[in-house]
Write a new protein. Structure first.
Length: 195
């Protein structure tokens, strides 16, 4: 694993300015990797797009919708069957009316439940979501460096407008940070500020 110090910039010009300053202290061109990080949700990790298999805010929605659909569907079947019983004594219209009542009731139940406000997340869930929210979009400048130079590199990145300056261990090959993961929130506490 290689030691990598990286920062996010607003523009490619800012990142290029920081890269020039790093070259002035002896950082080689093949130790610099500039690339763009897409906004969260735009990394197409799945065939239909998106970054995650499911929306974290949808936890419990399928079971709740099924439960509400079943309960209100049953109520709709009873009401529909009861109304049809008042108009006819034949079994076929009663069954049909109960079926329509169940269908309409289940639709209303599912839509009603899915439209309800969710309870607030627990502190642990909120913390986990923050840790796994990924990175903000922008231009990343990653620098393959040594332990002796990491603080100087971090200071230059910060002084040239870099934010979320971080230190990471990663796979550096052919002048690129190969195992960079945009879904991992940067751990910015690992590089101390000299100011």
């Amino acid at each position: 694993m290689s030691l990598i110090v990286a920062a996010r910039f607003q523009t490619f010009d800012e990142a290029e300015g920081a890269a020039r300053a790093l070259k002035e202290i002896g950082i080689m061109e093949d130790a610099l990797h500039t690339f763009f990080v897409n906004p969260p949700g735009s990394h197409d990790r799945y065939p239909l797009g998106g970054d995650r298999a499911h929306d974290p805010d949808s936890a419990g929605a399928p079971l709740g919708a099924i439960g509400a659909a079943a309960a209100i569907g049953l109520f709709g079947a009873i009401v529909g069957g009861g109304l049809a019983l008042g108009f006819t004594g034949s079994m076929l219209p009663i069954i049909a009316a109960a079926g329509v009542g169940a269908y309409v009731g289940s639709l209303i139940g599912a839509v009603f439940f899915l439209g309800k406000k969710r309870p607030r997340r627990s502190l642990r869930d909120a913390r986990d979501a923050k840790v796994n929210q990924g990175r903000a979009s922008g231009v990343m400048l990653a620098v393959h460096t040594s332990a002796e130079q990491q603080q100087a590199v971090a200071d230059i990145l910060r002084s040239k407008g870099g934010v979320e300056v971080e230190r990471a261990q990663g796979r550096w090959e052919d002048g690129k940070w190969r195992d960079f993961d945009p879904l991992v929130t940067p751990n910015v506490e690992q590089v101390r500020s000299s100011g």
